[in-house]
Write a protein that binds this ligand. Structure first.
Ligand code: PLP
Length: 417
């Protein structure tokens, strides 16, 4: 017999960005002469830096000659890239990572869902609310979501860790001694998408201690690590004890504009074991089955990000986006909005005026100001009453959006709209 995976039917609603695109398209159709400012989707807009392009051209030339042509590469990444990652992202911060603990991938989205393959179907999942929706959808598709409760807007088998203004957008660490203490996979993402919140050492330490005490495993997504501008941990492995309870996901997407090139990596320490089995070994086996590696050209491009020139150039682009975030943060605050994030992250998480519903305010900004943002409710129940704005657009558009708001409903400090 053949049957369809029944869990797909449990996924919630349409995809957030498809709905945004639909409403935006409708607005364009009705207002063809209005110039839209898109501050919604979290994709980069600046081109790859020259040093990365140079490395890619060099690798393409190698592929054109018989003596330097490469076919299938190593499943887990070429040594030159793995060593550059260890040296620059870990050793320089005093963190020891072994070459057999790094798994180069095509960006961290695939691994953030694929990692579920390693754990039993009974494994419990905890995610923050609001959340990068991929973690939830992947859990649901793999049969670990349970059923959706319309009232609580939550899946019965997924624990949600609420992040709101009351806890400063940091999930509260549960009591490890409570009889019903959560034991399972905990997805943490810092700097956070969508809230833009980054985590400090003490708070991260508390999560590591909790995970070790409850035998939980933390999936630490630090796709936005490059945006940390204050004295905060860049890796969970800077925290003592993390090697026995954490997996780290990293990406070149937002660090170096690789959203279209596709490259990232996952770090799984050899000490991380559950049921007496090394998680790293399971992942190696899983990858060898599901994945044939990242192209040589892409890995040479990623290596170039770590060269002296490449680093200077990519850091320049990150600074450019952070400056956009600063312009948006200051401008929105002057307009009277309550703004979070945007200091250690390319995202700003903003309260809607008078606690308007996220989608209603999305429509209002579009109709009145031709500005596209992302409604907070698309990231979970706790996102209702917020919107996310990204700094990944151009500086001109960030400035223009603020001028438009100030010339419109949000003149000076007093809100009129
Ligand atoms: C929190 C988070 N994790 C992972 C990803 C996916 O990144 P990648 O392009 O490396 O697949 C994104 C992309 O927006 C993200 O926001």
């Amino acid at each position: 017999m053949i049957g369809i995976n029944p869990y797909f039917a449990r996924l919630r609603g349409g995809y957030l960005f498809a709905e945004i695109a639909k409403r935006t398209e409708e607005y364009r159709r009705l207002n063809p002469d209005k110039e839209l400012i898109r501050l919604g989707i979290g994709d980069v807009t600046q081109p790859l830096v020259p040093e990365v392009i140079r490395a890619m051209h060099g690798a393409v030339d190698e592929m054109s000659r018989e003596d330097t042509f490469r076919g299938y590469g190593p499943y887990y990444g070429y040594d030159f890239l793995v060593r550059a990652i260890i040296e620059n992202d870990y050793a320089k911060r005093g963190v020891t990572v072994g070459e057999d603990e790094v798994f180069v991938n095509d960006g961290c989205k695939s691994d953030s869902s694929g990692i579920l393959d390693l754990f039993s179907e009974e494994t419990s999942i905890a995610v923050c609310d609001p959340v990068y929706p991929v973690y939830v959808d992947a859990a649901v598709m793999s049969g670990r979501g349970g059923v959706f409760d319309e009232k609580t807007e939550a899946f019965s088998r997924i624990d949600t860790l609420r992040c709101d203004a009351a806890n400063g957008f940091l999930p509260i660490v549960p009591d490890a001694d409570a009889p019903d203490a959560f034991r399972g996979l905990i997805f943490l993402c810092f700097p956070n998408n969508p809230t833009g919140k980054a985590i400090g050492r003490e708070d991260l330490k508390a999560w590591v201690e909790y995970a070790n005490r409850t035998d939980s495993v933390i999936l630490y997504d630090s796709a936005y690590e490059a945006y940390i501008s204050e004295d905060l941990p860049h890796s969970i492995f800077e925290i003592e004890g993390a090697r026995t309870c954490a997996i780290e996901l990293r990406s070149f997407s937002k660090t170096a504009g690789f959203t279209g090139v596709r490259c990232g990596y996952t770090v799984i320490p050899t000490e991380l074991k559950r049921d007496g089995t090394r998680i790293r070994d399971l992942w190696a086996r899983r990858q060898a089955t599901h994945f044939n590696g990242v192209s040589y050209i892409t890995q040479r491009a990623a290596e170039a990000v770590y060269s002296k020139v490449g680093k200077r150039q990519t850091e320049g682009v990150v600074r450019y986006y952070l400056e956009n975030a600063r312009v948006l943060r200051q401008g929105l605050s002057e307009c009277g909005f309550k703004v979070n994030g945007g200091v250690n992250a390319p995202y700003l998480w903003v309260e809607t005026p008078e606690k308007k519903a996220s989608w209603a305010f999305f429509d209002e900004l579009l109709e009145k100001h031709a500005i596209v943002v992302t409604p907070g409710s698309g990231f979970g129940a706790a996102g209702e009453g917020y919107f996310r704005i990204t700094a990944f657009g151009s500086w001109e558009n960030a400035s223009k959006a603020i001028l438009r708001l100030k010339a419109g409903d949000y003149a000076g400090n007093g809100r009129r709209g």
